[in-house]
Design a binder for this molecule. Structure first.
Ligand code: ZN
Length: 277
C-alpha cells in the first residue's frame, strides 16, 4: 500500500492514480493526512477500488505525515558518513530533532537561508501506533511505512555554540518528505534498501540501508525505551557518505540547484533551491 498527502487530503496511490480515503471509507477516515496514523489499522483494512482512482499532478503532493508530534533524526548512522566526518561511530544513536515546521512536500522549492546549506538523503520511517518500550523484534509492527526524506542542514548553525543540530536542520522547508509512504510488506527486505542523492544530475550519495549502524527496528527500540512514539511521528534514520561539507573544497547549495533524492522501492523527490525572499 502507498499512502500520500494530495493537496491536503489523504489518498492511496495505485497504478491508476490516487484514491481519496475519506470517500473510499464513506467518511470514516478523516481527509486530513495528519489524522491518518491514529486510525492506521482501519486504513490498512480498507478495500480500495482502483476504478475510483483519479490522475493527479505530483506537484500537489505534500508530506505523507504533515504535522507529526515528534520528529526524531539520527546523526552518524552510516560508518561511511562517520568516517568522512572524522567522527567516532557512536555507541548509542546520536539523536536530535527536526522541528515539524521544517517539513515540506516532496517537490517543494527550498528557500536557502545561508551560505552553507548541505544535502543528506535519508530513509524516513513513519510511526503507525502508540509505541512504548518496543522490542526490536516487534518494531516493524509499529511502523506504518517508509518514505524518502532530505535532512537539509545549515552547517554553520549546526556547529555553532558547540553544536545545535536541531536548529541547524530546521529552517523552514529544510525537511521535505515523500512522494508517498510505502508500507513495510511491499519491500522484499525493508532493512536493505538502496538510497541515493544527486545535485544537478551529479551523483553525490549512494549506499544501502543494510549498512546502517543502528537499523530501523533497533532505533525504534532504543527511542521507545526513553519516550513513547506516537502515530504519525517521523524518524529520519541518518545519511550515508557524500555530503557537501566534507569535500575538498566543500560544496554547498546555491539558488537554482536541483537536488534529487531516492530510495529503492519508494521513489524520488526533487527540490529546487531558490533564493530566500
Ligand atoms: Zn541527517
Amino acid at each position: 500500500m502507498k499512502i500520500a498527502n494530495l493537496a491536503g487530503r489523504a489518498v492511496a496511490i495505485c497504478e491508476e492514480g490516487a484514491i481519496d480515503l475519506a470517500r473510499a471509507s464513506a467518511g470514516r477516515i478523516d481527509p486530513d493526512p495528519s489524522l491518518l496514523y491514529a486510525r492506521w489499522p482501519e486504513v490498512r483494512a480498507l478495500e480500495l477500488d482502483p476504478t475510483t482512482a483519479v490522475a493527479f499532478d505530483p506537484k500537489e503532493l505534500g508530506p505523507p505525515s504533515p504535522r507529526p508530534g515528534q520528529v526524531f533524526a539520527i546523526g552518524l548512522n552510516y560508518g561511511s558518513h562517520a568516517a568522512e566526518s572524522n567522527m567516532a561511530v557512536p555507541e548509542v544513536p546520536a539523536t536530535f530533532t527536526k522541528y515539524p515546521s521544517s517539513l515540506t512536500g516532496p517537490f517543494a522549492e527550498v528557500p536557502l537561508r545561508g551560505a552553507a546549506v548541505d544535502w543528506e538523503v535519508e530513509i524516513v520511517a513513519v510511526v503507525g501506533a502508540h509505541a512504548d518500550r518496543v522490542d526490536e523484534a516487534d518494531a516493524w509492527g509499529v511502523i506504518a511505512g517508509l518514505t524518502v526524506g532530505q535532512d537539509y542542514s545549515d552547517r554553520h548553525v549546526q556547529f555553532a555554540a558547540g553544536g545545535q543540530f536541531s536548529l541547524g536542520k530546521s529552517f523552514w522547508g529544510y525537511g521535505p518528505t515523500g512522494p508517498w509512504l510505502v508500507t513495510p510488506e511491499e519491500f522484499a527486505d525493508p532493512d536493505d534498501l538502496e538510497l541515493w542523492c544527486s545535485v544537478n544530475g551529479v551523483e553525490m550519495q549512494r549506499e544501502r540501508s543494510a549498512d546502517l549502524i543502528f537499523s530501523i527496528p533497533r532505533l525504534i527500540a532504543e527511542l521507545s525505551k526513553i519516550t513513547p512514539l506516537w502515530p504519525g511521528d517521523l524518524l529520519f534514520t541518518g545519511t550515508p557518505a557524500g555530503i557537501g561539507a566534507t569535500r575538498q573544497p566543500p560544496i554547498f547549495l546555491r539558488p537554482g540547484d536541483v537536488v534529487e533524492s531516492g530510495v529503492e522501492g519508494i521513489g524520488t523527490i526533487s527540490n529546487t533551491m531558490v533564493a530566500a525572499s
